[in-house]
Every structure is written in C-alpha cells, then in structure tokens.
Design a protein around this ligand. Structure first.
Ligand code: ATP
Ligand code: MG
Length: 433
C-alpha cells in the first residue's frame, strides 16, 4: 500500500473545524474589507530567495525545490507574502482606484521541516496583506483583524506580543549594537547562530536552541535604537490598540524569522496549556521595503499569517466544538416504485433547499432507519407500498417523534412548516398545528 508522505495528513475528522475556520475567515475579512487573492502554489525559486531571504531557515533548509521539464527552477510556496507581493506588482495593483489595497489569502504552504505536533510539511495558512499605507493605524487594524478572527472562533486566552525594529536607519543602528554585543561570545552559540552572526545577526535572537543563553537574554533591544520618527510610529500603534481595547505585551526580544520586516512585528500566542511550545498561532508585521526589493514602486506594507493546524489544535484543546453536521430528510423506501417516488421528491426537496439523502444499498427498513440516525436526519420520510398506492408519504419528525401522513405533493410544505416552527413566525406556527 502507498501511504501519505511524511509530514502530510488527510483532513477527515477535522473537516468541521477547518470549515468553521474558513467561514469565520470569510466573515471577518468582509467586516474589515479585505478581498481574497489566490496565487499559485509554486513560483520561481528566486522570488523566495529575494523576499524571504537567503539566510533564513525557510530558504536555507526548508523549501521544496524542483526543476521542471523546461529546466526552470520552481519552489513550492513556503509562505504567502512573497506570492502576493509578486502578484501586486505584476498586476499593477498599486495603480488601482481603491487604496490602500487590502487582501487576504488562504491555502497550503510547504516546508521541509521535522514533523511534530503543530508542525507539518504541508500546512495551511490564512494571511492578510495591506499595501500602500504607512499609517500606524493600519498596523493596528491588521492586529485587530487577527484578534477579531480569533474572537469569532471563540478562542480565549490569547496575547498579542509586539515589538518594533524601526525602519532601515534604526535597524542598521541596532544591527551594529547587536554585533558589538555578540562578538565576544559567538563561540558559545549553536552552529547555526555562528553562521547567522556573519550573514544575519538579527536572526540569532529568534534561535530556538539558544533562547536561554545569557548572551541572548542580555542582548540590546531594538527599541533603544529607534530614530524619533520610528519611535513615534510604534507609540501610535500602541495608542490605537489601547483605543480598541486590544490587550498586548511589548516583547523587546521579538524579531521574527524573516528578513523583510521593518517597524512593527507581532505574534499572537495562545496559553501554553492549549498548545505547549508550538503556541504561536499567528505572526506578522510591517515590511516597507519588500515591494521595492521585488521590483515594484516604493510601497509600505503590513500583514500577518495564521497557522490553521495550530488553530485547530487550540480549538480542540479549549473544548470548542463545531455544530454537528445535521441534515433535513432521509427517505426510507420499500420497493422499486417507492425508490422512484423518493428520487423524484428528493430532487424537488433539494432544489427547494433541503439537505436530503436516501438508501442506495437495498438495505432493510431497520438498517435504513439506522442510517438516518447516523446521518443526523431531522426527518424521515417513509414511502412503502401503501404510500405509493395512495400517493402519500409518512413524515416522522425525529425531534418530537410525531408522525404525519400527507399527500406527496404537500410533503415539502409540511416539512418547511415543521422546520419553521418556533422560528418566531406566527403564520408558520399556526400552519403547523
Ligand atoms: P515557528 O517559529 O513556529 O517555526 P515561523 O516563524 O516559521 O513559526 P511563520 O513563517 O511566521 O512561522 O508562519 C506563521 C504561522 O504559520 C506560525 O505562527 C505557525 O502557526 C504556522 N506554521 C509555520 N510553520 C508551520 C508548520 N511547519 N506546520 C504548521 N504550521 C506552521
Ligand atoms: Mg519556522
């Protein structure tokens, strides 16, 4: 037997959670006025090298790369921002009438990582990107959008951790201070960090191995190297979060693992009780230079990305359930003529908006009853020889155990009446009696 590839999984039992997440994502995105964008699952490898950065973990050791039959270098997308930025530039969205441009995306990402709880090789992200505004209120809006999405999913106990790196000048000042601080002790850091020291010293702060090393704990903080303008930007973000009553913690050690961030960076974590060490469910920040780096006009931008698998684990750990997949009608039939009547009625019912099913395995009446139960049918519609002869059906409401015999032409209306009972519509209530 051929089995699934390491680090991948089939969505079967969790589909209810995934669909609930997708539904809330759509609703909240509308509220915040972000439009969906769908970009390809593979792009030119150079796109990720130039955006995510050569020296990041993602590009240096996690991408799925392949050369196609036309000898082109392709990479399965490891994250969503690079593709969206490419699309923004290629489709000249900077010239669109609507500004700033606000997008969200949803779909699979691919990273060759060591699989563990909450870490897969194909996983899904819901992300958002705003292009064209450097307003700190937009940084705050993006955070509010992420937090509101979690609220819609009823996930509590979340904290927004944020920090700022400042723009290029502040970042360069900080980089220098960090190099000075680290240079005496680099030998005591992990192998990766020794390399990072030369290529990309900021990454060292994000190292999972050296987190508790005193050299890192005592490292200087980006906040202390900000130029006034960048400090003001950050303070405005914090003021907006306060105004929206969004709880946050400034985490001076937060830098995030990608090269392109400037100014605000943030992560949303759920309590460790829910997710253990893999408890970061969302990461994001401002990236004011990426559009230009990839060949577009100077365009400030900010975004976030949620990991859907970790969200599902968090939903389960918090005992949040999704509504049972219920349906309206299961047809119980006895004999060929009855099956044809059921087929005809079922098509009419389905067009009329009722979710229906019937038996296709020639099961006994008892076994069909069991199926109606397994499939959570609210009603069973029984059609036997007598019903066929009299052109009637027998409707049983599983909620009340009441039965009704009606002509087959009235069956749809009867079921609609019963469904609408108690909905606050007086006419329906009267009609159903
Ligand atoms: P981590 O530090 O956990 O490796 P990251 O910084 O690599 O995360 P991002 O690139 O910011 O993660 O992606 C955003 C979110 O996507 C993460 O917060 C996480 O929830 C999720 N995520 C990242 N990698 C994986 C993976 N391999 N499997 C499942 N979810 C993932
Ligand atoms: Mg990672």
């Amino acid at each position: 037997m051929i089995t699934k590839m390491k680090g991948t999984y089939d969505v079967i039992e969790d589909i209810g959670y995934m669909q609930e997440i997708e539904k809330k994502m759509m609703t909240v995105s509308r509220l915040f006025q972000y439009r969906e964008i769908r970009t390809p699952h593979f792009e030119a490898s150079s796109l990720f090298h130039r955006s995510v950065g050569e020296t990041t973990d993602i590009v240096s050791k996690e991408t799925y790369d392949f050369i196609d039959r036309g000898k082109r270098d392709n990479t399965l997308r490891p994250e969503g921002t690079a593709g969206v930025v490419r699309a923004f530039i290629e489709n000249k969205l900077y010239a669109d009438k609507v500004q700033p441009q606000k997008y969200f995306y949803y779909g699979s990402m691919f990273r060759y990582e060591r699989p563990q709880k909450g870490r897969f090789r194909e996983f899904r992200q819901f992300g958002a990107e705003v292009f064209g505004s450097n307003d700190p209120l937009i940084d705050a809006e993006v955070i509010a959008y992420a937090v509101t999405f979690l609220k819609a999913l009823k996930i509590k106990d979340v904290t927004v951790h944020l920090n700022t790196l400042g723009d290029q000048e502040s970042k360069a000042n900080y980089r220098e201070a960090l190099i000075n601080h680290l240079k005496g002790g680099v030998d005591g850091l992990c192998h990766d960090c020794q390399k990072r020291f030369h290529d990309n010293p900021l990454r060292i702060l994000d190292c999972k191995v050296d987190q508790e090393n005193p050299l890192l704990i005592n490292a200087p903080h980006p906040i202390d190297y900000l130029i006034d303008e960048d400090r003001a930007h950050f303070n405005n973000v914090l003021d907006a979060l306060k105004a929206m009553q969004i709880n946050y913690e400034v985490d001076q050690r937060l830098v995030r693992g990608l090269d392109y961030y400037t100014h605000t960076v943030f992560e949303i974590k759920v309590s460790k009780d829910l997710l253990g060490n893999q408890n970061t469910i969302c990461g994001g920040g401002r990236y004011n230079n990426l559009v230009e780096t990839l060949g577009g006009p100077v365009t400030p931008a900010v975004g976030f990305a949620f990991g859907i698998e970790r969200l599902i684990v968090a939903l389960k750990a918090a005992n949040i359930t999704t509504p049972d997949a219920a349906m309206h009608v299961y047809f119980l039939t006895l004999g060929e003529a009855a099956r044809l009547v059921a087929t005809k009625l079922m098509q009419r019912f389905r067009i009329g908006g009722l979710m229906c099913n019937m038996d296709y395995l020639d099961k006994s009446m008892k076994a069909q009853f069991k199926q109606s139960d397994h499939q959570n049918a609210r009603f069973v519609v029984i059609i036997g020889e007598q019903e066929v002869a009299e052109n009637t059906v027998n409707i049983k409401d599983q909620n009340t155990s009441e039965s009704y015999t009606v002509s087959s032409g009235d069956a749809y209306h009867k079921i609609m009446e019963l469904l609408l009972q108690g909905s606050g519509c007086e006419d329906c209530d009267k009609g159903a009696k």
